[in-house]
Design a protein around this ligand. Structure first.
Ligand SMILES: Cc1ncc(COP(=O)(O)O)c(C=O)c1O
Length: 454
């Protein structure tokens, strides 16, 4: 049978998340206190995060139970389907087998609720009343707004200004779920006012928005902060994606040669890749797998950044983490894949890249939109601009198979749909989008500002 969708029933939804920290060949470098430069303690993080998430951040336990209230909400849309892209394969005339895990079936249209739901849950059971956060493209903000609605928590979202104006429907969705949305940089925080005084026309960045959200959370004991990517516990929650995909590929009696994901802060990539990579680190994989991270050429954190201790935000309120970074003051061009505009990268992914276990590449946006349309014209789904980076790489790998006359099995994460990103597609079709290359001078300036103590 030429199966297209591999679907798992609700009772096959994984009961645990997978924690790759249990299988790392060498441990992660410690997270450091911003003033003392000594490893931070759980107490340092308590003003911002609930206890359960702090424990998950440092846990070395391989599998962590998904609490049943979280599981029950996951069941609204999980397990998500695994597709065999038969029509795309035919259109490309490739001997490759292409599979994609489709996370766009969640209520907000991306993988982000996979972590928003548990984050809201753990905050709720520890007595928190309000959550603050940042959002780039609006996908994360919508997901936390959704989670806040389910668990009756107030949610305040600092939305990067360029996206606030580009994506009014995302804003409306967050407000429909009851969240308050503020364009960042804003006048409501000292961090925002400082940026506006220096750069009145600032289009914002995730680094700035994170600083604003943290500042508000740190002022009130009943308010905590939630982050949509980068941190270990966020990547942990996303591993339901890969755990399901392993089961679904068994149904297809197939094994991947290549696994691809786009990387902004690294969470959807990790979610798909880590369960496979963990099996390979434990020596349980049947064959070697190539893990490929794809980022935008305009914000090339993994391919052009430095592996160094840096702040997660522009206002220097976060602890210092060792990661690939373009410098916390780097503000990328306002290109349309808003979710990929972050100066840093998840420490876990950075560490695995340093160990040579992940390959990285950067693509300019025009070729990614072209790939997204090729994909839509054969598979019907219009991907989010972020996801187009993974689509581009998957297509390129499939075309390479054709050139070499080899059939490889390619799996990629279609981490979201693009239904709220139509302005980007309109601009692309009208020829208004440009490939904004990274500016080496700006990156050099931002990197010069890295904390120097190593
Ligand atoms: C659809 C989509 N994909 C990818 C990303 C990038 O984040 P991450 O690298 O954590 O998956 C975002 C972030 O907002 C997003 O909305």
């Amino acid at each position: 049978m030429n199966t297209i969708k591999y679907t798992l029933s609700e009772d096959h939804l994984p009961k645990t998340w997978y924690n790759i920290q249990a299988d790392l060949p060498t441990p992660l470098p410690p997270v450091l206190h911003p003033q003392t430069h000594q490893p931070i303690t759980p107490a340092d993080l308590e003003p911002l995060f609930p206890q359960a998430l702090i424990e998950q951040e440092v846990s070395q336990q391989r599998y962590i139970d998904i609490p049943s209230p979280v599981y029950d909400i996951y069941r609204q849309w999980r397990p998500t389907p695994l597709y065999r892209a038969r029509r795309l394969e035919k259109a490309l005339d490739t001997p490759a087998k292409i599979y994609y895990k489709y996370e766009g079936v969640s209520p907000t249209g991306s993988h982000k609720p996979n972590t928003a739901i548990p984050q809201a849950y753990y905050n709720k059971i520890e007595g928190v009343k309000r959550l603050t956060t940042e959002t780039g493209a609006g996908q994360w903000g919508c997901s936390l707004a959704l989670a806040g609605m389910f668990f009756d928590l107030d949610v305040e979202v600092y939305m990067v200004k360029v996206s606030y104006h580009q994506k009014p429907y995302r804003r409306a969705m967050m407000e429909s779920y009851g969240a308050k949305v503020i364009a960042s940089p804003s006048e409501t925080t000292a961090a925002g006012r400082e940026i506006l005084a220096q750069y009145p026309d600032s289009t914002g960045s995730l680094g700035i928005a994170i600083g604003e959200a943290i500042e508000i959370a740190a002022q009130d004991s009943k308010t905590k902060y939630a982050l949509g990517s980068v941190l270990n516990h966020v990547l942990l929650h996303q591993t339901v994606i890969g755990l399901e995909a392993i089961e679904q590929l068994k149904m297809a009696e197939d094994e991947p040669d290549i696994i691809i994901g786009c990387t902004g802060g690294g969470s959807n990539f990790a979610g798909l890749v880590f369960p496979f990579l963990g099996a390979s680190l434990r020596g349980e994989s049947q064959k070697p797998i190539k893990f490929m991270a794809v980022e935008p050429a305009a914000c090339p954190t993994l391919t052009r950044g430095k592996y160094a201790y840096d702040f997660g935000d522009t206002a220097h309120l976060t602890p210092l983490v060792k990661m690939h970074t373009l410098g916390n003051s780097f503000v990328p061009e306002g290109f349309h894949a808003g979710g990929l505009r972050y100066h840093g990268m998840a420490p876990l992914i950075s560490h695995l890249v340093q160990l040579g276990l992940i390959e990285c590449s950067a693509y300019p946006q025009l070729s990614c939109f072209a790939a997204g349309l090729t994909f839509a014209s054969s598979e019907g789904i219009l991907p989010a601009p972020e996801a187009n980076h993974a689509v581009r790489k998957a297509i390129d790998e499939a075309l390479l198979c054709k050139e070499e006359g080899i059939s490889r099995t390619i799996l990629f994460n279609l981490c979201g749909h693009g239904h709220f990103d139509m302005q980007a597609y309109i601009d692309y079709q009208a020829g208004k989008l440009q490939d904004s290359e990274y500016n080496p001078q700006e990156i050099a300036m931002a990197l010069a500002g890295l904390p120097s103590f190593e």
